[in-house]
Design a protein around this ligand. Structure first.
Ligand SMILES: *Cc1c(COP(=O)(O)O)cnc(C)c1O
Length: 354
């Protein structure tokens, strides 16, 4: 079966070999205070920085999921105010989770077909955390980097936090334009779930030191103190970190990865532009995601297509949230092999173009 689900997604083809290697080398039983673990941790962070172009003075550490990152930001970085700009289910969830911990969180919903309008924003306070979902996995939209640059310019004194769960490692992100970025690894990294990466600016670290929040096992300050020694507060997902290291060793620089995925996206766009059963949910190319493709159609046609695909060994992604039955999704992630993408193209051409 080839999975085109946008997370958990098709894992890197070398994962079985890497797992075996980890077992044979005793990595699965490694103590997380040992020198050997610290070296793996250091090397993984170094590879992430070089392959994804993360600024040298940024801090990279590990958590268990993007959801945990939502909670860490809420408990440790949001003092009072946070501003959540969202147009889909994941951005909304982030807002909802934050609201449970910090009741003054404000949500601003915007139209999925529209770009985020920085000019019209009016934040109620001089400080606080602005929360943006860069790639909205539920509806296949993205906030362009140029918008994040504008946001940074307009609000130099706010922290900017970005959920890049379904785009990090799939497209080039200019990390210098925001303070906190995070992603779990079961999307563009092509790894099994249970690990996430958080990337923070020196300003974010300074801010958290000032707040001195230290009441949780995953308090931001506590994690940062540990990662300075390439350690973690609790026994981490050592296998996940090892697999991330091995996968990043073999990944091309992000510019090349992005180019490959863009080309694939153009091919999908061409195919669906000729179908009268299914069309891209998002018409505005400026806000269309490059890594998650969402197709709209009649629920019966979608159900039939998914069933047919399943018979041919292809898993298409279900719609998400309120779009569950009216859409289906295709992951445009780097671990999908050329032949696999070709197989899907062939299947689509045969089954949707009549
Ligand atoms: C998948 C996803 C999440 C949730 O990730 P978990 O690892 O399950 O916590 C959050 N945000 C976005 C944009 C996602 O795509």
């Amino acid at each position: 079966m080839i999975s085109f689900y946008p997370g958990p997604s098709r894992v890197d083809e070398n994962i079985p070999e890497y797992v075996r290697e980890a077992y044979e080398q005793g990595i699965l039983s490694l103590n997380h205070r040992s020198k050997a673990f610290m070296q793996i941790c250091e090397r993984t962070i170094g590879l992430l920085k070089s392959k994804l172009h993360i600024p040298e003075d940024y801090t990279v550490f590990f958590t268990s999921s993007a959801t945990e990152c939502w909670e860490i930001i809420a408990q440790s970085l949001i003092e009072v105010n946070s501003y959540h700009f969202y147009n889909g289910a994941f951005g909304k969830k982030w807002f909802d989770y934050t609201r449970k911990l910090k009741y003054q969180a404000i949500g601003y919903q915007f139209d999925p077909e529209q770009e985020l309008k920085i000019g019209e924003m009016d934040l109620s306070s001089e400080t606080g955390v602005i929360c943006i979902t860069q790639n909205e996995t539920s509806n296949g939209t993205q906030v362009n980097l140029s918008r994040i640059v504008k946001l940074r310019k307009k609000y130099p004194d706010h922290l900017i936090a970005v959920d890049a769960t379904s785009s990090m490692a799939g497209m080039h992100l200019d990390f210098s334009q925001a303070d906190v970025w995070y992603s779990s690894v079961q999307k563009c990294f092509g790894l099994p779930a249970g690990l996430a990466v958080m990337i923070c600016s020196p300003t974010a670290i300074k801010h958290s030191r000032k707040l001195q929040e230290n009441r949780h096992y995953n308090s931001f300050n506590f994690i940062v103190e540990n990662i300075e020694k390439f350690q973690t507060p609790y026994t981490p997902n050592v296998l996940g970190i090892y697999l991330l290291m091995r996968v990043m060793e073999n990944r091309k620089p992000i510019g090349k990865v992005e180019k490959k995925l863009r080309k694939r996206l153009r091919n999908y766009e061409a195919i669906f532009s000729e179908s009268d059963q299914f069309s891209l949910l998002i018409c505005n190319k400026n806000v269309r995601s490059e890594t998650v493709i969402v197709l709209e159609g009649n629920p019966e046609n979608i159900e039939a297509l998914k069933k047919k695909a399943e018979k041919e060994g292809i898993t298409l992604g279900n719609g998400y949230g309120e779009l569950k039955s009216s859409t289906f999704r295709i992951a445009n992630f780097p671990s999908l092999k050329k032949e696999e993408v070709k197989a899907l193209h062939k299947f689509l051409k045969k089954n949707i173009l009549q």
